[in-house]
Design a protein around this ligand. Sequence first.
Ligand code: SF4
Length: 375
Amino acid sequence: MLKGRELAIFRKQLLRWFRQFQRDLPWRRTKDPYRIWLSEIMLQQTRVAAAIPYYERFLQRFPDVHSLASAPQEEVLRLWSGLGYYSRARNLQKAAQQIVAKHSGEFPTRLEDVLALPGVGDYTAAAIFSIAFGEKLAVLDGNVARVLARLGAIRGDLRESRRWQELQKTADRLLEQKSPGDWNQAMMELGATLCAPKSPRCVLCPAAQFCEGRKLGIAESLPEKRKKRATVEVTLAAAVFADKNGHTLLLPPPKNTEEKASANHVPTLVSRMSHFPTVAVEGEPAEDLIAFLRRMFPGSQGRKWQIVRAGKVRHAVTYRAITLLPFLIEVRELPRIAGAKQVPLGDVSSLPVSNLTRKAARAALEAQGSAPAKR
Ligand code: SF4
């Protein structure tokens, strides 16, 4: 890849382009490592436009490491609610607590201390250190990898471990030494705007004259497609109880051990958050659900439940295509179980729950009022 004078011109043009055309984003107006860290974690699975309001609300409530570390986890998850991939929020808070306990609340300035924080890997550490502290560390994420693959006309699966290591070396070699923070953001900005996955806008690109992919006419086909994991279809049934006051029952978040032991994906699919009693369906959905509830509430053996199918919810999480069948069960009194919450059904959507649970609550609310079927 680029060397000597060509490399110098490439760096100069890219930086000039970034400084002139970069998007005005809230996390670009700060050098506070806490804020940069938060933005990087939010942007891992979320588009920029979607992340901005969350970023601003989160910082209003948790303006620093101390306020985040000492908050109830429920509140952190509530402010994350809707962004998905909740382990990011849990790790963020655990890391804040670690920073308070081990570094007196000051964001660590040694790389090994930052890499020891939950949820922080090479990419995030390099982004924080280069942008906040001006350290010479090159970032490599999906956007940067795509730009590098096109610049160097690199074929094959970029995530394959040896190829990824080579890309990291290339990113290190290209890194502009005087402004590593701006440089990293320029590479990411190029990938997020002009060098997008589809239809790269090469005519506007400050790197066009150096781009092998463009010269060979193969830019758009790079990076080459990864072999996709086959989609797994999962059908779930969820019990949405409703008592005469309109309250429903939410079970506590599944424990890690349950997740490991579970072959039915339920703990993962409810994002390890409060959720309706839910079971993976193998036979007739209503029967499987009733059998599951009888096991869960042993005192309910003789009780007749009136259950109403409340539509169908479709949801996708990574390789799983989920069909969730919510069943509305109207009862005089909600069953009791340790750790469960009783909350107004109409409020479930505003609680820290997964999108799947939120969709089930909405479907049940819509179904309330339909004729119950006796079982
Ligand atoms: S010339 Fe086109 S393909 Fe090459 S880096 Fe620029 S936008 Fe991407």
